[in-house]
Every structure is written in C-alpha cells, then in structure tokens.
Design a protein. Structure first.
Length: 154
C-alpha cells in the first residue's frame, strides 16, 4: 500500500508481480488503489487496475477510489477508474457522489470526465443538495457551467 500511496510505481509493480494481495485493506477499508487515487498516482492506480484490484472497494464511510480521485482533482486517476468500469454513481454514506465531490471543490476536469461518462447530474442528497448547488454555492463557475450545459436541473 505504501508504494502506491507514495507513487512508487516500480515497487508497486514488483509487489504485484510477487503476488502481493492487491485488495488488502487497512482497518478503515483503505486499499492500495484508494491510496493511489487519493494521492494522484495514476501510474500506480493503472498498475493496480490492470492487476485486477477492486475498483469499487469502499472505506467504512462508503468512499470509493473514484470519489477520492474526484475530490482531490486527480483527473488521470478518475479517468483510469472510469475507463475500468468503476461505479460512477456510487455514493458514500451521506449520499455524496464523485460528481458532487468534484463540484464541491471545483475540479472541472474531473466533473467533465464524470459527466461524459454518464454520471447522474441530478443526484440529490437528503437535504436537496446537488452537484450544481455545490458548484454554485462555492463559486465554481466552470463546474456549474459544465453541469448546466449537460442539462442539470436548476
């Protein structure tokens, strides 16, 4: 896990070749792929995906690698996960999606990647919040425009 978290792709590949458990989890559910996606190490993420890592693994709170990649603006990791078939509409325990996470923080490239992949642009939290509301609330005009252009309800 440390190799992937710190972006040491050659070490990650060596561990994969040595048949290390690529889906091993820490106490909170963290996996090597979640760490690689959270820290933006796309070569490590791709190596793990190619080796068969669980692309939809979740932390105890329901967060996925795709939610973390989107939250931290790591578009290459987000795209790798999307291309591999990660659930683009997965929600964490409070209902937040990867698109909401990208919009909340203002990561337009991640938001656009998710929109292009068919993410639910109108997913709603219990309190009525949507990706468009988050983008607008925090002044992320480019994300708001991308959502509006895609047909998000206003």
């Amino acid at each position: 896990m440390s190799a992937s978290q710190n972006g040491h792709e050659p070490c990650a590949r060596a561990l994969i070749e040595a048949r290390a458990n690529i889906n091993a989890t820490l106490e909170g559910g963290e996996t090597a792929l979640i760490f690689a996606s959270q820290t933006g190490h796309e070569p490590c993420a791709r190596a793990l995906i190619e080796a068969g890592a669980n692309i939809n693994a979740t932390l105890e709170g329901g967060e996925t690698a795709l939610i973390f990649a989107s939250l931290f603006g790591h578009e290459p990791c987000a795209r790798a996960l999307i291309e591999a078939g990660a659930n683009i509409n997965a929600t964490e325990d409070r209902g937040k999606t990867a698109l909401m996470a990208a919009s909340l923080i203002g990561h337009e490239p991640c938001a656009r990647a998710l929109i292009e992949a068919g993410a639910n642009i109108n997913a709603t939290l219990e309190g009525g919040e949507t990706a468009l509301i988050f983008a607008s609330q925090f002044g992320h005009e480019s994300c708001a425009r991308a959502l509006i252009e895609a047909g998000a309800k206003r």
